[in-house]
Design a binder for this molecule. Structure first.
Ligand code: 5AD
Ligand code: SF4
Length: 471
């Protein structure tokens, strides 16, 4: 009888990749994945600590399992990822029925830790060192990058893959918990990344998205030779079979010209850059310790648009950061209005114990003001997104087909014709009718409708074979 695994993942792409790799390692150990916690004998939560809300969701999901654990004490319940690193033993205190706590730097140990619990060794906790607990070298060693050999059968979509190129972050923006829970910035050796990408391409992968908290700060030196992200992209570009290369998330100050030239000159690299601005007010950027002024951010945008005309830029913003006045907020609105991002992710500031802003500044913008600013900024961005999608009406775009759309997934009756979803080279989402066999292909799609978020189109059928004329 195979063991049944249920896993829930919240947070960023890094967490999605971590969960994929944890699932793969447990499948190798004889687990099958099930759809509900009720069916499972092992329940894992891969967690996020960036905002309070993400943590609350996990604690309430854990609360709902209290009874299940009482009725079935052999069920294993585990908390993985950023919350495990941040709260550590506190999780055992708040949810005493949890068996397993594993930080993002110890994920490779999960199969062994579960074995120990089964063997009666009691609950298990493995986390990395606190950033101040020892020398940089020691702390770095305690955060182990989790990049085992990929197993093609175990990827959610065989045609797309995330590849980690660095872990951790050294920027210490004052609002952000990531540098504490994901540890010091460490770039992976280029040779490892290239080997992983080659293997993925051999298995039929068409698109690779390189991941790093500040992906464009990537730098690795081996045998006296330094590889930057631009160099890495040039090498990845040579790999046969790969059609698209993307990378997230960029840090504005590290958006160097060599990287922009690489995006311009390498056709497989998507002309799409996610470069969070966070605020349009210099006072807020200073308090956030982002390390740039709004003028410098604007200058960077000009450079991007001059170097890569037609590229899509996206951003993140935090509204209601400590001390944000209406005037500060309007400066952010102004930046969004003039920058014409493809889209922006907007977040209400969430105070995180353990960060500098938690220590230094009161969280003094009322919740309803944060909510209003969030909605206002989103409305400005959405109007721009729709306006900028309009010129695509009637155009033909090249789409990498990702799979059935959400609607088709809900009503899946196994038919080969169904609604598909894919993305353009600039990361725009396209929905169209197609055939299951087209998943993983690059297709031309003619656009007949757009909204702020999605393009709707139909596949351009190509005429193949000789023309036959009646005489
Ligand atoms: N509160 C709200 N948003 C935050 N982010 C990071 N930390 C916080 C916080 N404490 C946002 C930033 C970042 C995105 C991933 O999450 O905008 O770019
Ligand atoms: Fe957090 Fe700033 Fe690092 Fe991004 S760059 S992960 S916001 S500390």
């Amino acid at each position: 009888m195979p063991k049944q695994l249920y896993i829930e993942t919240v947070g960023c792409q890094m967490n999605m990749l971590d969960s994929e790799l944890v699932v793969a390692s447990l499948r190798k150990a004889g687990y099958v994945v099930v759809d509900t916690p009720a069916q499972a004998d092992t329940i894992l939560f891969n967690t996020c600590s960036v905002r309070q809300h993400a943590e609350d969701k996990i604690y309430s999901a854990l609360g709902r399992l209290k009874h299940a654990k009482k009725h079935n004490p052999d069920k294993i319940i585990g908390v993985l990822g950023c919350m495990a690193q941040k709260d550590q033993k506190l999780i055992f205190e708040r949810a005493p029925f949890v068996d397993l706590i594993v930080g993002p730097g110890q994920l490779h140990q999960i199969p062994d830790l579960i074995e120990k619990i089964h063997a009666g060794e009691g609950r298990q906790m493995e986390v990395s060192l606190d950033r101040k607990a020892g020398s940089r070298e020691l702390v770095e060693q305690s955060f182990e990058s989790y990049d085992p050999l990929r197993d093609p059968q175990m990827r959610p979509t065989p045609f797309q893959a995330f590849v980690r190129i660095m872990i951790g972050c050294d920027k210490f923006c004052t609002y952000c918990i990531v540098p504490s829970v994901r540890g010091p910035e460490q770039s992976r050796p280029a040779a490892h990344i290239l080997a992983e990408a080659r293997q993925l391409a051999d298995e039929g992968c068409r698109e690779i998205t390189l991941l790093g908290q500040t992906v464009n700060s990537y730098q690795h030196t081996a045998d006296g030779q330094t590889t930057r992200l631009s160099d890495l992209l040039a090498e990845l570009h040579e790999i046969e079979g790969l059609a698209r290369l993307k990378f997230v998330t960029n840090y504005p100050k590290d958006m160097t010209d060599d990287l922009l030239w690489a995006v311009r000159d390498l056709p497989k690299v998507s002309p799409y850059l996610h470069v969070p601005a966070q605020s349009g007010s210099n006072r807020m950027l200073g308090r956030m310790k982002r390390g740039y002024t709004v003028e410098e951010y604007r200058e960077m945008l000009v450079r991007i648009r001059e170097t890569i005309p037609g590229s899509a830029v996206t951003s993140d913003f935090i509204v209601g950061f400590c001390g944000e006045t209406e005037e500060d907020f309007h400066e952010t609105v102004e930046l969004v209005r003039e920058s014409r991002f493809k889209n922006s992710f907007i977040f209400k500031y969430s105070e995180r114990p353990g960060t500098k802003s938690f220590q230094l500044y009161p969280d003094d913008v009322p919740e309803e003001v944060k909510r209003r600013r969030n909605n206002e900024l989103l409305a400005v961005q959405n109007a721009i997104s729709e306006e900028d999608n309009l010129p695509l009406l009637g155009q033909t775009v090249e789409v990498l087909v990702e799979g059935p759309s959400k609607v088709a997934q809900r009503n899946d009756d196994g038919a080969s014709n169904l609604q598909l979803v894919g993305r353009t080279h600039c990361d725009r989402i396209v929905v169209f009718d197609g055939n299951r066999r087209q998943v993983g292909q690059l297709l031309d799609v003619a656009i007949y409708d757009v909204d702020d978020f999605t393009l709707f189109g139909s596949v351009v059928t190509q005429h193949v074979g000789p023309e036959v004329y009646s005489l």
